[in-house]
Design a protein. Sequence first.
Length: 303
Amino acid sequence: MRLFVAGIIKNELPGLLEWIAYHRVLGVSGFLIADNGSTDGSAELLKQLARLGIVTYMDFPSLEGQKPQLPAYTKLLRTCPSTADLLAFIDADEFLMPQDVHTSLPDALRPIFEDENISALALNWANFGSNGELFKEEGLVIERFNRRAPQSFNVHHNFKTIVRPIRIEKFLNPHFAELRYGRYVDAQSRDLILHPKHGNGVSAEVVWSGLRVNHYPVKSLEEFLLGKSQRGSAATANRVKHKAYFKSHDRNDEECNIAKSLSSRVHDEIILLTNMIASLSVVEENKVRLSLPKWLKLKIRWS
């Protein structure tokens, strides 16, 4: 079972390679990423990863009067390769989390999607706070932020969706897809029941058994102010995520080290990806040298 991850990003460079490395460690086969006008080097990194065959990169600038996330999701669905059995739509601050880190994501998903009637899976959030960090510190996101809200936290009713791509008509919001046919289930393979008040994208019950989505919406105060607060929302016009958002999501009630236990493997994968990217520069430099006239090659050699 081949799982791909799809999403739209903007100026996510500090944590982007970790996010990709983390999901590769857990068995994700590929990434479909739309870049919404990044200016911090995110687009350049994605283009390098695309040359390595790890990412399918899409330039997706905002159009006047239109929020980009849902149109990007539509295009990502259309470009999804036929080899992808499942496609997870998440953001760069969201990490798919099996409760058993020794189980890959495809293996964790297989018992659910063995039922051919299931077309989509809703995975609830687990909201992680700042751990009291005011400024950005060294280390991975999954290392630095290991305290979260309790399962009863109301925000955890939000979910993200993993789909069989060919069975999706469209996304009604970034959390919820309209199916052509089939069942929409929770992590216990039960038919999804939407929240009676909030509806699409919000579940009546918070289910963490088996799988969930670790959500790191604030990180340190510095990262929040320089990142999420300035980016705004890719889905909701005029939504400002500032003081009230930080205070309500900065929950550090309980310690949880499940994701942190993957740190060593994620570090190794980051090093591997970094070396692969570096090798591209060497190859390109050699290609340029091969195309140069002989006198210029000699000049470069002796300079």
